[in-house]
Design a protein around this ligand. Structure first.
Ligand code: ZN
Length: 156
């Protein structure tokens, strides 16, 4: 029984950001499960659901304070619970409106659709996919917008 409890408390942290990547096993006492979605994110989530047809209502999205220049994380518990935390300072002060959408699609790709990372780079040196480990730049997202959306939808 004790092992079962320990197993349930292990979660996978998907780190996304400028310098952070990979999947890290974390102890769940660092993160509280559940909670409401911050109102700031609701329009992005509705837009995502309409355009992808996915239901991500089981994934709360909340502001937090992330370290190491991370912009967002998808927390994934063995129980199936998911939660996205977005760094408040990055959201308001460090990224553009277009990047906010890319960030939401990236994290909802992890937490809502179980997408991993795709770190392939295009000939123009922009990432091939929104699921690149680094948050996509405003320049690249704007330049290749239709391609990013098309690729994302194709992977569903
Ligand atoms: Zn990621």
């Amino acid at each position: 029984m004790r092992n079962l409890i320990v197993a349930l408390f292990i979660l996978v942290l998907v780190s996304c950001g400028h310098q952070q990547t990979g999947h890290v096993v974390y102890n769940s006492d660092k993160v509280n499960k559940g909670g409401p979605t911050d109102i700031e994110f609701e329009n992005y989530i509705v837009d995502f659901e309409i355009r992808t047809g996915a239901d991500v209502s089981h994934v709360p999205v909340q502001f937090g304070d992330l370290d190491n220049d991370r912009v967002g994380v998808c927390y994934s518990w063995a129980s199936g619970a998911r939660k996205i935390v977005i760094d408040r300072n990055q959201w308001y002060n460090r990224i553009t409106e277009l990047q906010r959408e890319a960030l939401m699609w990236h994290e909802l790709g992890h937490c809502g659709l179980n997408f991993g990372h795709n770190d392939t780079v295009r000939p123009d040196r922009c990432p091939v996919h929104i699921m690149n480990w680094q948050l996509i730049s405003h320049f690249c997202y704007n330049k290749n917008y239709d391609d990013y959306i098309r690729r994302f939808l194709e992977d569903m």
